[in-house]
Design a protein around this ligand. Structure first.
Ligand SMILES: *Cc1c(COP(=O)(O)O)cnc(C)c1O
Length: 384
């Protein structure tokens, strides 16, 4: 039996050919593949603008900068996420507030977010970063109504959810990152995510001003657009207008992303089929609880279960070459955030979730046979 990880990339011969072709072309970076990838990705998500960057964390950082986060900004997010969702606020010297999760969906609980907002003076908070955890879309229509009421922006962390959607009050599918209910959204192209670039990220928006600012910030704050420049000394001239970064994606990574994007729908269908089999296998099993909500619309980056004796099961699976994972250790319990004043006990439902969560193998090339083995091994453990 080969080891079974919790997630892995699928690189096809076409993917390899696409990268090789770009390696032989004129541009390794700052070439035509970047815009091609951006246009294709924007069309896949159903959003006006997309900006490709070097990774998902860079996407979060630039998004926070474009939203003018600074030392006076107080931003709400979930503690059940990868720490980068919160760190982007700290990069800009803002303050992070963790609201609790809904124990059934594991997503930010909008009632807890509202309670937190109302516990502070009006105008205290500046924004919310909801996370489509595991690939389950946050109902951003509801969050937008709350955000508008309190004049907050929304930055959607959609790293787990390209192709995921929720159904809005008009019975319309709203795809994660489509910018209908959020100022900005971000994605990651790390190999465990749906689309692999090695490293890579994307920011999506329908707001032209934010889009232009992001383009500037991605490349040192430099522009060569004569319409934007204060002076013009000739063809060589450029201006650095604000303090940006080099957060560019390379052309060969973009070529890989483009090629991967062509397989995204097939990969999503396979993930949903795997999820359905897990769901069916465990639905009457009192030892294993699945994330609530339907398979429809879920992008299934992860298949998370809740179990008792999690460490026992985790070790038993490892001994049987199944490498399940835990997503996530609550961010507020990390030493860095503790030093900022957060303590264990501050976010109780999230902490309770963490005691029991486990992510099962979930990736398009997981075979039916391997999945049966995973299910049988879990059942065997609880029958011991
Ligand atoms: C992966 C991930 C990130 C960061 O993306 P990188 O490309 O690894 O920098 C941010 N948020 C969430 C929820 C993620 O899963």
């Amino acid at each position: 039996m080969n080891p079974i990880p919790y997630g892995r990339q699928f690189i096809s011969d076409e993917d390899i050919a696409a990268v090789v072709e770009t390696l032989r072309a004129d541009f390794l970076t700052q070439g035509p593949k970047i815009a091609e990838f951006e246009v294709a990705f924007a069309s896949y998500i159903g959003v006006k603008y997309a900006v490709a960057v070097s990774n998902g964390t860079a996407a979060l950082h630039l998004a926070a900068m474009a939203l003018n986060v600074n030392e006076y900004s107080n931003v709400i997010t979930t503690t059940i996420t990868f720490s980068a969702s919160a760190n982007c606020i700290r990069y800009c010297d803002g303050n992070v507030y963790f609201a609790d999760i809904d124990p059934d969906t594991y997503l930010l609980d909008i009632k807890k977010v509202e309670e937190l907002i109302l516990s502070k003076p009006a105008g205290f908070f500046t924004g919310i970063i909801p996370v489509d955890l595991a690939g389950r879309a946050v109902d951003l229509e509801q969050f937008k109504a709350l955000a508008d009421k309190h004049k907050l922006w929304i930055l959607e962390d959609a790293c787990h959810a390209p192709g995921g959607y929720f159904t809005d009050s008009n019975n319309k599918k709203q795809f994660c990152g489509n910018g209908q209910f959020a100022e900005l959204a971000i994605f990651s192209f790390h190999p465990v995510k749906h689309i692999a670039c090695g490293e890579g990220g994307m920011i999506t928006t329908n707001d032209e001003a934010l889009y232009k600012r992001l383009l500037l910030l991605r490349t040192h704050g430099i522009t060569k657009d004569p319409a934007l420049m204060h002076e013009n000394h000739g063809g060589w001239y450029y201006e650095m207008q604000e303090l940006g970064y080099n957060y560019r994606l390379t052309d060969f990574q973009a070529a890989l992303g483009l090629s991967q994007l062509k397989k995204a729908d097939a990969g999503l269908a396979r993930r949903r089929a795997i999820a359905l089999r897990y769901y069916e296998a465990f639905k009457d099993d009192s030892n294993v609880l699945s994330q609530s909500g339907s398979v429809e619309g879920h992008a299934y980056h992860l298949y998370i279960i809740q179990v008792n004796d999690r460490v026992g099961l985790y070790n038993y699976l490892r001994n049987n070459y199944i490498f399940a994972q835990v997503h996530y250790i609550p961010v507020h319990t990390m030493p860095y955030y503790k030093q900022l004043g957060w303590e264990k006990g501050d976010v109780p439902a999230a902490e309770e979730y963490y005691e029991h969560c486990l992510s099962l193998p979930m990736y398009p090339t997981l075979t039916d046979e391997e999945q049966e083995y995973v299910i049988a091994t879990i059942k065997k453990y609880y029958a011991l």
